[in-house]
Design a protein around this ligand. Structure first.
Ligand code: DX5
Ligand code: ZN
Length: 219
């Protein structure tokens, strides 16, 4: 599967967001990862659908919206209307994730499911027939700039195997603590969508280009 860079704007300079998005896009990033936090599912607050809507108006990248919010079904329609292309929910945050996935699809978006580092991989099994993307968190969700949890590599490998067995084309995304120094570990384990926040936005054009040159070797 094509290897895709998904820069996370959590680490961007909000006052220069437009030019920084342009820089990562020109470097070859296809997805733009937008982290939505509610202060409940994770301690921090970030931003909501207004930001997605505003980005959508002047950005043709795939908007990859990562909902770190309790009962995400309450807001799926609004994020879809705002312009999300992919909506990823946390299995730990939903009473009925099957229903939320159905909602995401009925809004015309691709659906992803994510799990935190402490959640067993097996919980993903019952969603393999339904989703277009699985997101393995390689840090505790909630903050950018954390260190990659080494055990994540084995979890990525196991998830890649589940996907392979399903026979479906499901994207495998990894999020948290990934940069030029360890991205090959993550690719080797089977991921194809790489989220990177602090590793990219310190110097967006240069760092995204460096990440892309590594990703291209693995295509
Ligand atoms: C963390 C977010 C990530 C975050 C990644 O909860 O889901 O997307 O922005 O940041 P880095 O790449 O700095 O670990
Ligand atoms: Zn994220």
């Amino acid at each position: 599967m094509e290897k895709i860079l998904a820069p996370s704007i959590l680490a961007a300079d909000i006052m220069r967001l437009g030019e920084q998005i342009e820089a990562v896009k020109n470097a070859g990033a296809k997805y733009l990862h937008i982290d939505v936090m509610d202060g409940m599912f994770v301690p921090a607050l970030s931003y909501g659908m207004c930001v997605v809507e505003s980005i959508r108006k002047s950005c043709d990248m795939v908007l990859d919206v990562h909902l770190m919010i309790v009962e995400p079904g309450r807001h799926v329609e609004a994020f879809a209307k705002a312009g999300a292309d992919i909506i990823t929910i946390h299995l730990e945050a939903c009473a009925d994730a099957h229903e939320v996935i159905r909602q995401i699809h009925s809004c015309g978006c691709k659906a992803g499911v994510s799990i935190k580092p402490g959640t067993p991989i097996e919980v993903l099994e019952e969603y393999l027939d339904e989703v277009e993307l699985i997101l393995i968190m390689s840090v505790e969700p909630g903050f950018g700039g954390q260190k990659y949890i080494p055990e994540s590599t084995e979890r990525i490998r196991q998830t890649a195997e589940l996907i392979r067995k399903s026979g479906r084309e499901i994207e495998l995304e990894v999020d948290g603590g990934v940069g030029a120094g360890n991205v090959e570990l993550v690719l080797e384990a089977g991921a194809n969508v790489i989220v990177a926040g602090s590793a990219v936005f310190k110097d967006p054009a240069k760092n995204a280009a460096e990440m892309m040159s590594i990703l291209k070797k693995w295509d």
